[in-house]
Design a protein around this ligand. Structure first.
Ligand SMILES: Cc1cc2nc3c(=O)[nH]c(=O)nc-3n(C[C@H](O)[C@H](O)[C@H](O)COP(=O)(O)OP(=O)(O)OC[C@H]3O[C@@H](n4cnc5c(N)ncnc54)[C@H](O)[C@@H]3O)c2cc1C
Length: 407
């Protein structure tokens, strides 16, 4: 089979990219290891994701937002605190002249919207099928697949995109090295009901055992991301509901009154994975395949979605310049993509990793400094404006889709 672009991985980032590229008239083949729309996708599980305003605009541009908006809860304020200490900071959307600081949505709901849109736009989806490896040929790439929907022949394309997650098979086949830093922390996630309505406030509470994020969610619920040492996480995960809620109450405090009920719990070991290259011959590596981040600042998907929006924009502009004969895997285009993404990626990785390291420090002078820094932040409108800029990207040119403009 011949196609213009193969996207390996139809998770949050790969499915979004497929929708963006389909707008440009490319023939796209999306290969996803999990079966199509069965609820078995590891990317579209019960986690909640905080979407920045830029990501919400990208979803609008992809025609997904109108399908999922009713499942998304706006964040109007963020409250950051250091449990048992004096440091705290608040960010208020209204003070920054914004309607909201972002939106919280269940991955499952976002996934359903993305897949519904993929069906409507007629993107070719091979699922369940896995990309195993590929060879670069004179004309492009020859991609080998396996699995029920794989077919018996390799797929020929001009550009191969690795959106197949942190363990990316494409990245390995490309011979691109990656580094992994194990944070020796595990995130527990669940949805909870609380005695006091969240009132659209997202809480990030740093505790001696790790940060607790409580995100405003649909039907008055809150989405929990609780970071713990792996052994504590395993023990906490196995607790009966009442004991789980009591332990969380002790750790978080009473800002939302009593925690009343807890839904399904899941756990995720946390690490920082970084691919050494984002581009090689006819291949782009993006999303978690390029960088897997700690969820402390809710940046991983937002960054991966900007990867997708930027790649689509480079190819859109390439199409205008070269017409229908464009080679989407041409080195000059991929170089533009690489140059554009470097700074945003570097800064978001450094910001997220720095936050993890500073807030896990037991060393008293550093704890004092971070409390002072939180208070200084709380008093500085400029710092808050700069922070809200993260919602669009940490540095450099912002992709058109994230600004609400068409591709
Ligand atoms: C607890 C937690 C909370 C988070 N909260 C936030 C948040 O609030 N905001 C935020 O921006 N980010 C958040 N993130 C990060 C975010 O979830 C990830 O960045 C995002 O899921 C990355 O999407 P992806 O599509 O790149 O990769 P993945 O989600 O890993 O998807 C990869 C896809 O590729 C498929 N696949 C794998 N191998 C192959 C193969 N060989 N061939 C074909 N398909 C393959 C998989 O089945 C999967 O569907 C959070 C992460 C965690 C763990």
């Amino acid at each position: 089979m011949n196609t213009d672009i193969v996207i390996a991985g139809g998770g949050m980032v790969g499915a979004s990219l497929a929708l963006a590229l389909a707008q440009l008239g490319f023939d796209i083949t999306l290969v996803e290891a999990a079966p199509f729309r069965t609820g078995g996708s590891p990317s579209f599980d019960d986690r909640t994701t905080a979407l920045s305003n830029g990501s919400r605009r990208i979803m609008e541009g992809l025609g997904v937002w109108s399908l999922v908006q009713h499942e998304a809860t706006p964040i109007r304020k963020i409250h950051v605190s250091d449990r048992g200490r004096f440091g705290f900071a608040r960010i208020d959307a209204a003070e920054l002249g914004l309607e909201s600081l972002g939106f919280v949505i269940a991955n499952r709901a976002l996934g359903a919207g993305l897949w519904q849109r993929l069906e409507a736009t007629g993107v070719r989806v091979l699922a369940p099928a896995r990309v195993v490896d590929y060879d670069v040929t004179a004309e492009g790439c020859q991609v080998r697949l396996e699995g029920e929907a794989a077919g018996s022949e390799p797929v020929h394309c001009r550009l191969l995109v690795a959106a197949d997650g942190a363990q990316s098979a494409v990245r390995k086949s490309a011979g691109v090295e990656s580094s992994t830093w194990d944070y020796e922390q595990t995130a527990l996630t669940a949805n909870l009901t609380t005695q006091v309505f969240h009132n659209h406030v997202a809480y990030e509470r740093f505790t001696p055992t790790g940060p607790i994020a409580l995100l405003p969610f649909v039907e008055g619920r809150v989405g929990l991301v609780w970071t713990l040492a792996p052994t504590d996480a395993a023990e906490t995960l196995a607790l009966p509901d009442a004991e789980f809620l009591e332990r969380l109450q002790q750790a978080f405090g009473m800002r939302l009154g009593r925690f009343l009920t807890v839904g399904k719990r899941q756990s995720y070991p946390l690490s920082l994975t970084r691919a050494e290259e984002q581009v090689t011959d006819r291949v782009v590596i993006l999303g978690n395949a390029a960088q897997g981040l700690h969820p402390i600042a809710g940046q991983g998907f937002n960054l991966g979605l900007r990867d997708a929006a930027c790649l689509a924009e480079v190819l859109a502009d390439g199409r205008v310049a070269s017409g229908a004969g464009i080679d989407p895997g041409a080195a000059a285009l991929l170089d533009q993509y690489r140059a554009w993404r470097q700074e945003d990626r570097r800064r978001i990785v450094a910001f997220t990793d720095g936050l993890v390291r500073v807030f896990r420090q037991p060393f008293a002078p550093i704890r004092l400094l971070r409390d002072v820094a939180l208070l200084a932040f709380d008093l500085s409108p400029q710092a808050k404006q700069a922070m809200s800029q993260l919602s669009l990207g940490a540095a450099g040119r912002i992709p058109r889709l994230a600004r609400g403009a068409p591709l």
